[in-house]
Write a protein that binds this ligand. Sequence first.
Ligand code: CUA
Length: 155
Amino acid sequence: MKVHTYEKAFLWAGAVVLIAFMGALLYASAAMGINLPGAEERVDPATVTSMPPFDQPGVRQVGEGRYEVVLIGRAWQFTPAEIRVPAGSEVTIIATSTDVIHGIHVEGTRINMMLVPGQIARNTYTFQEPGEHLLVCHEFCGAGHHFMFGRVIVE
Ligand code: CUA
């Protein structure tokens, strides 16, 4: 069978790209420790609100200028709906959903998380400037989706 030279070249280019991506995936997983949520991050969405840390959602200080926010998304609200931290704080959001898939986007920041029932999501961000950020659910989660929002107030 005669394969055209250009076609051959594109086939090879495709193969090289696939191998490069596979290599990048293996490198990210083995050398950088970037993985999909493992078993230790899995929870039962039906009982998650009765176990730590989700039995006490809210903002707490965990060190000098460091805060932890334990946040629950459920149709159609965030608990807590208001997060207050001082400017310059490093804030780690630990979040989950108890029902359907929700999302968190904090306006003006790179915080963009998926809240999947049964999984714990984590994200750390430093709020440098004082101000107010809208926190919205960015996954369509039903009739009240557009009512699902909160605020991050940086003081
Ligand atoms: Cu929750 Cu959309």
